[in-house]
Design a protein around this ligand. Sequence first.
Ligand code: PLP
Length: 406
Amino acid sequence: MTRNIQQSININPDAEGFYGNYGGQFIDENLKKELKKITEAFLLLKEDSDFNEELRYLLKHYVGRPSPLYFARNLSAKYGAEIYLKREDLNHTGAHKINHSLGEALLAKRLGKKKIIAETGAGQHGVATATAAALMCLDCDIYMGEVDIQKEKPNVDKMRILGANVISVTKGKKTLKEAVDEAFKAYLDEYESAIYAIGSVVGPHPFPMMVEYFQSVIGKEAREQFLELTGTLPNCIIACVGGGSNSIGLFNGFLEDREVKIFGVEPLGKSEKIGDNAASLTYGKDGIIHGFKCKVLQDNLGNIANAYSIASGLDYPGVGPKHCYLQSIGRADYVTITDEEAIQAFFELSKTEGIIPALESAHAIAYGIKYAKENSTEKILVNLSGRGDKDVDFVLRHIKLNKFSS
Ligand SMILES: *Cc1c(COP(=O)(O)O)cnc(C)c1O
């Protein structure tokens, strides 16, 4: 493929929140007014040395950053290429989400808000938000589908221990999409005293821009660490894409290094059929979801389709607008990995390196292994977005069920 890349990549969205054709604000006027205030406050705080100093302090002493860059020597020896892992799994609370949850909570505090409102699907974003809210002495309401509450009891327990209110959503399918709808509704009623803390680089402007800013620490660190460890840049970088926050955080560090290939890995779930996967960039069409424009999985009638992946952190029918833009200009390629390939990679990394990855991250590992087999002279950097403790019971049950059914 010949790459036709514009002179300069739009690192930031335009004033309306668009990255190329994607993003923006498709919301009602009251919310627009409030988000304008938040945008202006954020743009000032981003340049504020006290704010950045506090954020840096917390990332170092509370989260444990910088997260290590680890040369996976056993995996590399087995598959040929040099494979390096950015260890976001070692962060406090076990994934990259704490990076933006802390940023959002710090922003809430600076804006004088008393409460954080958030949605959660599997509970990972809920736990990270509840953690940051506890640290910043803020109230915290987490909206979660009734079905998810029953499925994800350990995370619900954690959120409650951390002092959050977990609010059960009983509308529709009672899962993530309805939880986002209800949380936004609550935010509209409470925006004077509360802030919405979104779980990924999605939603109306300025949420994608803010979350991206807080996650960019991943790519900044990784680039420096890679140069220090190897003396060169990686040939390619790989990360899994749900909403797209861990991946954009990594990618941002390398966008201007045109020689570095960039791969985002989407979940192919059970098949290519709409409803069987959550590969929005691969199978989606331009559409609007949760107040912004992106590639959206849709049925024949143009309704938003159900998204599915074995990794609950990846099953969102939309995707961050900057990914849509990077795909449209050819700066990043988006590929897919199935449930079963992710499960295999989950065991492979565990057995060869002694690292149990989150099922989400296992998608990136699986593609890294596939790529390594075909490009044995290259240096590959994979973002290990989270640890797999949360998935252990589920994976074992899944394996057992499959054995009985086959
Ligand atoms: C939530 C989650 C993801 C997916 O979210 P992105 O916004 O796409 O990064 C990936 N990995 C882990 C471990 C997660 O918890």
